[in-house]
Design a protein. Structure first.
Length: 60
C-alpha cells in the first residue's frame, strides 16, 4: 500500500479463482471487494472455473 500511495497509484486490482475461498476472504480482510467475474476464465483439470476480479482503492 505504501509503495502504491507513494507512486500515485489509486487502485489495486487482482484476479482470484472463484473456488479459492481462503484467498477471497484474505483479500476482503485487506479491503478488496468483488468488482466483476469472468465466467470460466480459468481452466483447471479440464474444468472451467470463474475468475473473480477484486479491487481496492488507495486512500491518500
Amino acid at each position: 500500500m505504501d509503495y502504491a500511495r507513494e507512486n500515485g497509484i489509486r487502485q489495486l486490482e487482482l484476479a482470484v479463482s472463484g473456488e479459492n475461498m481462503a484467498a477471497i476472504r484474505c483479500y476482503e480482510r485487506e479491503g478488496f471487494h468483488e468488482a466483476g467475474r469472468i465466467p470460466g476464465g480459468f481452466m483447471h483439470d479440464s474444468r472451467e472455473i470463474d475468475d473473480i476480479i477484486m479491487v481496492r482503492r488507495i486512500e491518500d
